[in-house]
Ligand binder design. Structure first.
Ligand code: PHE
Length: 380
């Protein structure tokens, strides 16, 4: 309806700005809004920065090929600094002010856990690209993820330590501030013991700490033949250096939280011969991965990591659901997401199970020559 006729119909009611937005399909923004919340600054800044590149690339490609339902996607990005409180704040803003249809985020499980109840309350579907703690999707039926969960990741690490590295005595060093780290440490310990191993030390630190010598000295005294460190790259890099300085020579083993170029800058040579589990390997020979890496490098001029690939997949899974949804209300989108089967992602085929988790394989990476090199794939 043209503005002039509204003015004649509703003189002096002051409703024009509101109605103008709702009733002017020709000139109004008819894009479908996606909200991204990520740590673009702070202790885990590379998590958000690389995820963002994958997300943006996916949005650009989808829009270049005509968008969704003939409408372009419009991305709203918020920096949550990797802090749960901040994540809750910006997610609420994305929902209430920017009126996004789908939320994409977070990487760190503690941040996703802070946002999930909010997304659930507003009925806005949320897709975490990479939060692996099982509790994330248990927050409600609007919460999805395109990655595996830590009950699997921890089991893969325990099996690798026992069967491949032939370790009998493991020490654990966990980040008490991180739901991710605590969950993964528990699964690893349980499965390592179930496989006949012994946990000889279990120590803790707080994300943000810089001195780990007391914990490492206790670990050294317990004579482990592997140290499991399910933390994030900033602390892990320092832990590796301090462990070597204290004379701990056994391999450190970790999870996807090690994924960052910064890890190698911080940890340097101390990381040689260490291993971590991850979602995918950019150096994989898989033709799907090779094609994606080439496209990504053309766009961003550097190699993608697992996070970029998961961010990319999260947006494409969202777009696929938006296409299939009969309309764009939260419940329709939620149902379409839940029905995702065999979606061809760059991180593998994605099917949502009954708990809205993707069932996917994991890879083991070995640190060699200052980089993470693909070693093997483990299927669920
Ligand atoms: N899985 C981690 C978590 O849940 C986040 C992460 C994923 C970090 C992938 C790096 C790479 O907290």
């Amino acid at each position: 309806m043209p503005r002039a006729s509204l003015n004649t119909l509703l003189p002096g009611l002051g409703l024009l700005p509101l109605l103008g937005a709702a009733c002017a399909p020709k000139t109004a923004d008819h894009s479908i809004r996606l909200g991204e919340f990520d740590a673009l600054t702070g202790d885990t800044a590379t998590f958000g920065q690389t995820t963002h590149e994958g997300i943006e690339l996916a949005v650009e490609q989808i829009n270049a090929s005509g968008g969704v339902k003939g409408r372009p996607l419009k991305l709203f990005t918020e920096d949550d600094e990797g802090k749960p409180d901040q994540a809750a704040l910006v997610a609420e803003k994305l929902i209430t002010q920017d009126r996004v249809r789908v939320l994409i985020g977070e990487v760190a499980s503690s941040d996703s856990l802070a946002v999930a109840p909010i997304a659930q309350r507003y009925g806005v579907p949320m897709i975490s690209p990479s939060s692996t703690n099982p509790k994330v999707t248990q927050q409600g039926d609007y919460i999805f993820r395109v990655c595996f969960i830590d009950s699997f990741q921890g089991q893969v690490a325990a099996k690798f330590a026992r069967d491949t590295l032939k370790c009998r005595r493991a020490a654990v060093l966990r980040d008490e501030r991180s739901d991710y780290s605590l969950g993964l440490a528990d699964v690893f310990s349980r499965d390592f013991k179930a496989l006949g191993g012994t946990i000889v030390a279990d120590k803790a630190y707080m994300g943000g700490d810089v001195d780990f010598k007391a914990q490492l000295a206790a670990i050294r005294a317990a004579h482990p033949d592997v140290v499991y460190v399910p933390g994030y790259y900033g602390e892990v890099g320092l832990i590796a250096r301090q462990a070597r300085a204290l004379g701990i020579t056994v391999p450190l083993l970790g999870g996807d939280g090690w994924e960052s170029e910064e890890l190698f800058k911080i940890g340097g040579a101390a990381l040689e011969g260490c291993y971590f589990t991850n979602h995918c390997a950019p150096d994989s020979p898989d033709p799907v991965v090779r094609r994606f890496v080439a496209t990504y490098e053309a766009r961003w001029h550097h190699e993608p990591g697992a996070l970029a690939m998961l961010g990319y997949d999260a947006v494409r899974v969202a777009a696929d659901a938006l296409k299939r949804a009969p309309n764009l209300d939260g419940n329709s989108i939620r149902e379409a997401l839940a029905a995702t089967r065999d979606f061809p992602g760059v991180t593998g085929r994605i099917s949502m199970d009954a708990d809205r988790n993707a069932i996917k394989s994991a890879v083991i990476l070995e640190i060699k020559g200052g980089r993470a090199v693909y070693k093997e794939t483990v299927n669920p």
